[in-house]
Design a protein around this ligand. Structure first.
Ligand code: AR6
Length: 184
């Protein structure tokens, strides 16, 4: 994992690498409402975590979310064989430029994930760029929404102490930094 920038007295880091390799309190999964896995970062997380994560997700579906997890919501599980202690699964919006609810739904992914982290007193949490892959959210717009949501949350809450934005590709990290609302 390569750290390229930090902000807000080191409470925010921007890194390039594979989120599944992080030994921290929680990594966030850009899941779908089924919670039963998929491609992209979701596929990578389930592959690295092994079958116990899928089993816990199956149980959550039958106990709490028979119709799936709604867009903008988040749920926390253990992390199976991953080096991280927990996975926070959130469902980003599938991008639709004509739907005015998009920014609010994407911001909600970050805020509900961070609320769970705070409730569990987690110190370090990492996010992938939710919705910006298969779900097609423009990376520049998503950068602005994600950074604003995280800054607002951290200013109001002591936990988590640190949030890491993780990008798989250097170019995505550059787009993020160009469009994020971090104080320079
Ligand atoms: N570490 C960090 N970032 C990653 C990794 C990784 N190992 N792998 C991919 N990314 P996506 P979405 C980046 O498509 O748009 C799945 O099928 C990737 O480069 O994973 O929210 C789910 O099951 C991109 O920037 O998530 C859903 O059906 C970002 O993660 C759907 O895709 C998000 O891309 C969710 O789509």
């Amino acid at each position: 994992m390569q750290q390229i920038k930090s902000f807000l007295n080191n409470r925010i880091e921007v890194c390039i690498g594979d989120i599944t390799t992080l030994s921290i309190d929680a990594i966030v999964n850009a899941a779908n409402s089924s919670l039963l896995g998929g491609g992209g970062v979701d596929g990578a997380i389930h592959r690295a975590a092994g079958p116990s994560l899928l089993e816990e997700c199956r149980q959550l579906r039958s106990s709490h979310y028979p119709n799936g997890l709604s867009t903008g919501e988040a749920v926390i599980t253990k992390a199976g064989n991953l080096p991280s202690k927990h996975v926070i699964h959130t469902v980003g919006p599938i991008y639709n430029p004509n739907d005015p609810a998009m920014p609010e739904l994407l911001a909600s992914c970050y805020t509900t994930s961070l609320t769970l982290a705070a409730e569990h007193k987690l110190t370090v949490v990492a996010f992938p760029a939710v919705s910006t892959g298969v779900y097609g959210y423009p990376k520049s717009k998503a950068a602005n929404i994600a950074s604003d949501a995280v800054i607002a949350f951290l200013k109001k809450n002591a936990f988590p102490q640190k949030v890491i934005f993780v990008f798989f590709k250097t170019k995505d990290a550059d787009i993020f930094l160009d469009n994020a609302g971090f104080p320079q």
